[in-house]
Design a protein around this ligand. Structure first.
Ligand code: MG
Length: 454
């Protein structure tokens, strides 16, 4: 299939609303997906201004292909994934995650609530461009149902999976910043049910995202950091627009990197379960491997993409998984990045360990990272990667991992060179046992890209 006909990125379709992503586009694409599913499909969305428009279009497309629709309202992406896994045959989430307010997107789910695999992406694209979706006769058009209880069920089930009494006894002081996203409907309620003293920031859902940019990176969380310090809170929590990612601020106001949160929860999960399979991507920290070794875990690394991690967790009956960006996956709850379970688990760790978050983080293995990017046209990416791999193989004895891009492993660290799937750039990311080495190794990786690109 030619590149022109590719609609799907790594997880669904994401575009500017009413540009490519019109009601007509959404409706036809949903009808193509419905043709593949032929069952009951849950539909939910984040609070973006374009979400109601796209949601009604998606529902119409699904109904026309003969699917029944269950409208779940506004809720986090993992809330839809939870509902689909328990009750339905498929799901569509209308969200652009952490992107700016003018964007929106469609995420399609399989019966387990995992983002649909590539084969189904291709089948839907083929129907969309070269064929026609099923349009059923009048007496087979689907029906619309509503389920407004799913949010409570989702939150309550996460609570049932942790030691809620221990968390309540700890009387934690928590500041949560939902960024005016879908987490506004879950995070404050979860925290109150866990007996926390809660202060909310940006927790009225608003599709203009007036409080802050929906991406939970450090520069967007300055207000949260300030409030945590001023209130003397135990922890600050922030979510992205569709509340599948969680970022923590420690009691001193330090931004905790996603790798650290991952490792902290990994350690707890392995201790509680006496080991297990951990799944992550090739771009996450060596610390994950160190903890696994210490606590009887086994690490499996996939290519970058949360749905690849989720699917591997399911196939391998894994214990826990995630990515370096604060997206943690608890496969006995939701087959995707989930924020309510992440928050519940981190509070449980604080309550049981009876140590401040900064101390818990300081007890984890320490590595230093550096990230850079460089422009490179899409048509040169394959050549650049194969040339680098060949050079490393022929001139060094460094170990190579070609799961995703080119990862070069040295004794004191590693560097990964990955082409972006959506932009004409390479990302270069190194991790070493000192910052100086990480900087050097990233520069070396960028140098290798420069050598082979025109
Ligand atoms: Mg997200």
């Amino acid at each position: 299939m030619s590149d022109k006909k590719r609609l799907f990125g790594t997880f669904g379709v994401r575009r500017t609303a009413n540009d490519v992503l019109t009601p007509e586009f959404a409706s036809r694409l949903a009808a193509c997906y419905g043709t593949q599913i032929k069952g009951t499909v849950a539909v939910g969305g984040d609070p973006r201004t374009s979400t109601p428009m796209l949601k009604e279009a998606v529902k119409a497309g699904l109904l026309s292909s003969g699917c029944d629709v269950v409208d779940l309202g506004i809720l986090p992406t993992p809330g839809v994934q939870y509902a689909v896994r328990k009750y339905y045959d498929g799901g569509v989430m209308i969200t652009a995650s952490h992107n700016p307010p003018q964007y929106n997107g469609l995420k399609f789910l399989d019966e387990f609530g995992i983002g649909i695999p590539d084969e189904m992406d291709f089948a839907i694209e083929k129907l969309y461009f070269d064929e026609e979706p099923d349009r059923v006769p009048f007496n087979e058009i689907g029906q619309i149902y509503h389920n407004d209880k799913i949010i409570d069920e989702y939150v309550d089930e996460a609570i049932s999976k942790v030691d809620a009494e221990a968390i309540r006894d700890a009387k934690l002081k928590v500041v949560v910043d939902c960024g005016c996203g879908a987490g506004s409907y879950t995070a404050p309620y979860l925290l109150r049910k866990l007996g926390c003293e809660v202060t909310t920031l940006n927790s009225q859902a608003d599709g203009f995202f007036p409080g802050r940019d929906p991406e939970p990176i450090e520069e967007n969380l300055q207000e949260l950091i300030k409030v945590v310090k001023e209130l003397g809170a135990d922890i600050g929590l922030a979510h992205d627009g569709d509340a599948d990612r969680t970022i923590c601020i420690d009691e001193k106001g330090n931004f905790v990197l996603g790798d650290k949160t991952f490792t902290l929860v990994e350690k707890q999960m392995l201790k509680e379960n006496d080991g297990g399979i951990i799944v992550t991507t090739v771009a996450t920290s060596q610390a994950i491997y160190d903890i696994a070794e210490e606590y009887n875990g086994e690490v499996i690394a996939t290519a970058v993409g949360d749905l690849l991690v989720a699917r591997k967790l399911k196939d391998e009956d894994g214990l826990f998984g995630g990515e370096e960006n604060g997206g943690l996956i608890f496969p006995d709850f939701v087959y995707g990045r989930d924020a309510v379970m992440t928050v519940a688990k981190i509070l449980e760790i604080l309550a049981k360990e009876k140590k401040p978050l900064s101390q818990l983080v300081s007890e984890l293995p320490v590595y230093y990272a550096k990230k850079m990017k460089i422009e490179c046209s899409d048509d040169q990416k394959e050549f650049v990667m194969s040339s680098i791999a060949e050079e490393i193989q022929n001139t060094t004895d460094f170990e190579l991992d070609l799961t995703d891009g080119v990862k070069i492993l040295k004794d004191d660290g590693w560097v990964i060179i990955r082409p972006s799937g959506t932009e004409p750039i390479f990302r270069c990311f190194a991790e070493c046992d000192s910052q100086e080495k990480a900087d050097e190794m990233t520069a070396w990786g960028i140098g290798l890209i420069k050598k082979y690109k025109k």
